[in-house]
Design a binder for this molecule. Structure first.
Ligand SMILES: Nc1ncnc2c1ncn2[C@@H]1O[C@H](COP(=O)(O)OP(=O)(O)OP(=O)(O)O)[C@@H](O)[C@H]1O
Ligand SMILES: [Mg+2]
Length: 360
């Protein structure tokens, strides 16, 4: 059993920088869990607390049934891969991977077997005699992962392990990590600021901001039912469009300086609570349609059209606002063209203009 549990976990640096702010979290055994959020939100600090590299200001950490809050790092049965996974440059790949096992006085024959087995898993068997300088970025990355898994820890901690790789290699390694997790059946606690990485790897994802967990959910729930404007805008690429306007009743409609849109009656209940009428509308790029789609036409001007082959990304001017739409490749308007778009009424989101919480 290697579930991870945080209770009220808090880390304050220098008396006033609250890097981690009363986090409560349970990650079940064998889950691939991803912590995602913008730079400086406290992801690495959370991971370092779990690893025992930082002492919490308050709160509790459990791994399995064991309270490890004050247990030293090497007794926590975890292995960590960092962004800057410095390999020992003077050692071969084999010795880099064997290092932690040697420290534990593992018998030589067992070290040999485990390094070989791990190298086979990662497809780096033929590299065992090389030194890190003679490896590509992706191969070094594999060795760093190998160094962690050779110890068979009960929890793996990854801190942005792919951010040094180029885009193509990152996609490959991402798939490899997912396969590796299926094979190893070990809890993974993975930190990234890249929401695509989070969505593709995480069985569950926590979105973090200013030291707090805003939402913990599976990828589709995060995408379809974000709790706030921040989560809605952070998850998804290109990001959700937000438009500030007013809500009118009888009939229920959203009034923007450049268009007015009648709203389905299902919004009546959830949107009644707001007093002054100001309202933020959210619509994802793929929920904006051209052509014969349903909905009410909204006139926009094409500013930029990125023709990708499989889809087109359109940057559209709407009065003083702009919108990003993702449309099928058969719609390829030219810059400067005035066109009509429609928002899928079933996919609209509404946010409180001040608290930024999701209303509907
Ligand atoms: N040792 C430290 N002393 C003082 N402040 C620190 C220390 N480590 C981190 N911080 C602060 O704590 C906050 C969270 O830092 P952390 O490294 O956890 O962010 P992060 O989410 O990992 O960001 P990034 O995506 O840039 O890696 C930041 O404001 C940072 O400046
Ligand atoms: Mg970090």
């Amino acid at each position: 059993m290697s579930r991870v549990l945080f209770r009220g976990l808090t880390k304050v640096f220098d008396k006033d920088v609250t890097a981690v702010d009363h986090i409560d979290l349970e990650v079940p055994d064998r889950e691939f869990f991803v912590l995602v959020g913008p730079s400086g939100c406290g992801k690495s600090t959370t991971l370092r607390l779990l690893a025992g590299l930082e002492e919490p200001t308050s709160g509790e950490i459990r791994i399995g049934e064991r309270d490890v809050t004050h247990v030293e790092p090497k007794a926590r049965d975890i292995a960590m891969v960092f962004q800057n996974y410095a390999l020992y440059p003077h050692m071969t790949v084999h010795d880099n991977m064997a290092f932690a096992l040697r420290l534990r006085r593992t018998p030589n024959s067992e070290i040999r077997d485990r390094v070989r087995e791990t190298a086979r898993t990662l497809g780096i068997e033929e590299l065992l005699k090389r030194k890190p300088a003679a490896l590509s970025g992706g191969q070094r990355q594999r060795v760093a992962v190998g160094r962690a898994i050779v110890r068979s820890p009960s929890v793996f901690l990854f801190d942005e392990p792919l951010s040094n790789l180029d885009a193509k290699l990152r996609v490959e390694m991402r798939a490899e990590l997912a396969r590796l997790h299926q094979r190893l059946e070990t809890t993974v606690f993975y930190v990234t600021h890249d929401q695509v990485e989070a969505m593709t790897l995480g069985e569950r994802i926590a979105v973090m901001k200013d030291g707090k967990l805003l939402q913990v959910a599976d990828p589709l729930t995060l995408y379809n039912n974000p709790v706030s404007r921040f989560v809605a805008g952070f998850i998804g690429s290109p990001p959700m469009n937000f438009l500030e306007g007013r809500l009118e009743r009888h009939p229920l409609r959203f009034v923007h300086p450049a268009f007015t849109m009648s709203l389905p009656s299902r919004f009546e209940g959830p949107l009644t609570a707001i007093g002054d009428g100001r309202m933020t509308l959210g619509v994802r790029p793929e929920d904006i349609a051209l052509g014969e789609a349903d909905g009410q036409p909204i006139r926009v001007t094409v500013e930029v059209a990125e023709l990708m082959g499989n889809e087109n990304i359109l940057y559209l001017g709407l009065g003083k606002d702009s919108l990003i739409a993702r449309v099928p490749p058969r719609f390829a308007p030219r810059p400067g063209e005035n066109i009509e778009v429609r928002f899928d009424p079933g996919k609209l989101k509404f946010f409180h203009p001040e608290t930024e919480q999701t209303l509907a």
